[in-house]
Design a protein around this ligand. Structure first.
Ligand code: SAH
Ligand code: SF4
Ligand code: F3S
Length: 485
């Protein structure tokens, strides 16, 4: 079946000619055109305008998917839970090799679906698409893919999809970088009561193992007024918790024409009525200021949780990673934070098996874990990313050695975390109720300020509200509680 919409080349050209040049007006124009085309196609057999987005990777990608979803809903599509849809879009991640492999696996599956339903559209976007080798491979081996775009132009989905439908050819539009920040387009929030808010894009740190700066581009901060305006709007719409998002929030605002610190931005967010909780991700230790610690300490709304990736405990490895702090500096910072905010929960990311990592280096990592006593830690096996400096380093650690270290680290992390997480048992804590408990009837599940999960008896009407909950029992990584009324 031909999935090109019947229309003349000239009409298509005229539509393009009439499009406004400025954003976001241009995208609103294409949203209208796309909606017309989608309406027309709905009359065709086998096209009911359903869509499904598969999202991989971090919170930035999750946030991007909400934007993509908002655009598709406005264009007349309806969302479905599985890949049995008229349009399937994969928002990809490439931070580790296994993230890539997952996507190729899904592409094989979706190809089999498309063979049965040729009118189906398949799209790929996100970080993986910023790698030229990946796009070359898609063009060559995955010719059934209809649409490919990157991280810098997700706001253009309506235009790209419209072009694809009108031209009938695979549409590839990946930008190398951008200085543009296009917001104010529709977005569909996954939760009515909490939302991520981008405060900056990209990263300038170039940690030697990491591909993110290459696929997300240079660091760009949004203007504080734009951010505050968005959060005020969210608050008016019932959002009580915001998560400020950036690869390195501690360097927020430094490159703006009127520079502002991250701590100052937090102060201003705190003033917004209706917002009860403020979270943020991620903090690079090298840029975490005393001002931030003070603001967190005094705040009633900033959550008692700090994700502070250490990556390694060895000063030597940290230097090779280009992290720009030593083991001692990290420990000093962690202790300073704990002293200033005693009820804080610290979490981290750790990479095992970075090139050249010796047993002694690894012992240093274990030592940091034992000293800081994290509430939880994400542990990763080093993954070689083409184009990063670490990929070219000698002394890549043998797989068996890495695996053995990884298992030792995991055991240590889990042991400590089970001891630490239960510290609030038999106290009353405020819990933001997030959902009905899927395993226990009549129970709901929520999160404490420090991000720990709590299950307690309650009904759906509590979702999105803050409840005072007495923590009856610690189960290691979560609590069972009862509501205090
Ligand atoms: N900007 C954040 C991290 C984003 S990536 C920060 O700097 O903290 C999330 C995590 O993935 C990193 O903290 C790191 O632990 C891990 N990671 C990144 N590149 C990796 C690689 N090549 N191999 C294994 N883990 C990696
Ligand atoms: Fe990657 Fe480092 Fe930037 Fe984090 S700070 S995104 S680890 S380069
Ligand atoms: Fe992955 Fe891109 Fe995030 S590579 S971790 S989705 S910034």
């Amino acid at each position: 079946m031909n999935i090109r919409v019947n229309n003349t080349r000239q009409q298509f050209a005229e539509t393009l000619d009439r499009a406004p040049a400025g954003e976001p007006e241009r995208q609103y124009y294409f949203l209208d055109r796309l909606r017309e085309v989608v309406e027309k196609k709905k009359a065709e057999e086998g096209f009911s305008a359903t869509f499904h987005i598969e999202t991989y990777g971090c919170q930035m990608n999750a946030k991007d998917s909400e934007k993509l979803c908002g655009i598709l809903l406005k264009a007349g599509f309806t969302e479905v839970e599985s890949e049995h849809a008229d349009f399937v879009l994969y928002n990809t991640c490439t931070v580790r090799e296994n993230a890539n492999q997952k996507v190729y696996g899904h592409l094989g599956y979706v190809h089999s679906l498309k063979k049965k339903h040729p009118s189906m559209l398949v799209g790929l976007c996100g970080c993986m698409m910023q790698e030229p080798e990946v796009v070359a491979k898609i063009r060559k081996d995955y010719r059934f893919v209809d649409l490919v775009f990157g991280t810098h132009n997700i706001f253009k989905l309506a235009e790209l999809l419209y072009d694809r439908l009108m031209s009938g050819h695979m549409e590839v539009d990946v930008w190398e970088g951008t200085t543009e920040i296009v917001e104010d387009l529709p977005a569909e929030r996954k939760y009515p009561f909490k939302s991520g808010v981008n405060i900056m894009f990209g990263c300038n740190n170039f940690c030697s193992y990491c591909i993110v700066p290459y696929v997300r581009g240079r660091e760009r901060s949004r203007e504080p007024e734009e951010i505050l305006k968005e959060i005020r709007r969210l608050a008016a719409d019932g959002v009580v918790e915001v998560m400020l998002l950036g690869q390195n929030v501690n360097s927020y605002g430094k490159t703006l024409s009127t520079p502002i610190s991250f701590a100052e931005l937090l102060r201003r967010v705190e003033e917004i009525e209706g917002i009860e909780r403020i979270r943020f991700m991620t903090s690079h230790p090298k840029d975490l200021s005393d001002e931030l610690i003070q603001v967190m300490r005094q705040s009633k709304k900033i959550c008692r949780h700090l994700h502070l990736p250490v990556q390694s405990g060895s000063t030597d490895i940290l230097q090779k990673m280009n992290r720009r702090y030593t083991k001692e500096q990290y420990l000093e910072l962690a202790f300073k934070i704990k002293e200033a905010i005693p009820d804080i929960s610290l979490t981290t990311d750790i990479i095992v098996g970075f090139p050249g990592e010796t047993e002694e280096d690894f012992e240093d990592t274990l030592d940091v874990v034992r000293q800081v006593r994290y509430d939880s830690a994400f542990t990763f096996i080093y993954s070689k990313r083409t184009g990063t400096p670490a990929a070219a380093m000698e002394n890549q650690v043998p797989e068996a050695v890495v695996k053995e270290r990884f298992d030792r680290l995991l055991k240590e992390v889990q042991q400590i975390s089970s001891e630490v997480c239960g510290r609030d048992v038999h106290t009353v804590q405020q819990v933001l109720v997030e959902e009905k408990n899927s395993h226990m009837d009549g129970y709901v599940t929520g999160r404490m300020s420090n991000n720990t999960l709590v299950h307690f008896p309650g009904g759906e009407e509590l979702i999105g509200t803050l409840a005072d909950v007495y923590l009856e029992e610690s189960k290691g990584f979560y609590y069972m509680g009862r509501r205090e009324v």
